[in-house]
Design a protein around this ligand. Structure first.
Ligand code: AP5
Length: 221
């Protein structure tokens, strides 16, 4: 890349740290963080028709149907803040979604520049997810062991109550990892084939991983 990429996918299994890193990266690049999981959770929380369609799949650890997901993403990308770029987290997740995103961007004269694969061993993924806690009010993310709040059960940012995500229960985590292997892992080959794939080791502290990400995304000739 000869200039800083501004349309970036963070790809990787549940728990790899996509959300944690995407938030930081989007802030650094001044582009929105587009997390389809987060958008779905907002719809579920708001009891919208889309949320009702998505909720059962999410609780099982399955993917929400492509048509529902793609409609939601197209709407999000039509918002003014997404004109200059976006960091995608948890999207695309199927080959059909990846092809549709390429088409959607091409229709606007834009291009997905790079997909960064974040990797971590399976035991680490399971431990990260089963120990994750979210603030019900502001969605800040914690981990009971690695990034605990100052006051147990309370958000450092807003004081809201912390809770586990319903799909972070161990049996559902196992299902989500299976779904990743069958549905999403093929995207690694999809982006490698068009020379848009970079890989970053997701093990280590959040700061270490962020530094690796910054390094692979740095412009070079
Ligand atoms: P989504 O919310 O996208 O979940 P996911 O992809 O399974 O990813 P996670 O959010 O669980 O993990 P992450 O990689 O973001 O890790 P995080 O940074 O949070 O999707 C949820 C559901 O929505 C899906 O199952 C599906 O049903 C549906 N859905 C979403 N997108 C869809 C799509 N495109 N198509 C169809 N359906 C879709 O970190 C995890 C934990 O680890 C945290 O506690 C964090 O504090 C900790 N942590 C992070 N980094 C580190 C580190 N370096 N060291 C130690 N701990 C760390």
């Amino acid at each position: 890349m000869s200039r800083t990429a501004r349309r970036i996918i963070l790809l990787g299994p549940p728990g790899a740290g996509k959300g944690t890193q995407a938030e930081r990266l989007a802030r650094r690049l001044h582009v929105p963080h587009v997390s389809t999981g987060e958008l779905f959770r907002q719809h579920v929380g708001g009891h919208t028709p889309l949320g009702q369609e998505a909720e059962a799949s999410m609780r099982r650890g399955d993917l929400v149907p492509d048509a529902v997901t793609l409609g939601m993403v197209a709407e999000r990308l039509a918002e003014p803040d997404a004109v200059e770029g976006a960091v995608f987290d948890g999207f695309p997740r199927t080959t059909a979604q990846a092809e549709a995103l390429d088409q959607l961007l091409a229709d606007r004269g834009q291009r997905l520049e790079v997909a960064v694969l974040l990797e971590a061993p399976r035991e680490e993924l399971v431990e990260r997810l089963t120990g994750r806690r979210l603030c019900g009010a502001c969605q800040a993310t914690y981990h009971v062991r690695w990034s605990p709040p100052a006051v147990p059960g309370r958000c450092d940012r807003c004081g809201g109550a912390l809770m586990a995500r319903p799909d972070d229960e161990e049996a559902t985590v196992v299902r989500r990892l299976e779904v990743y292997d069958t549905e999403t892992r093929p995207l690694v080959a999809y982006y490698a084939a068009s020379d848009r794939l970079l890989t970053v080791d997701g093990l280590g502290s959040v700061g270490d991983v962020a530094a690796r990400l910054e390094e692979v995304l740095a412009p070079h000739d």
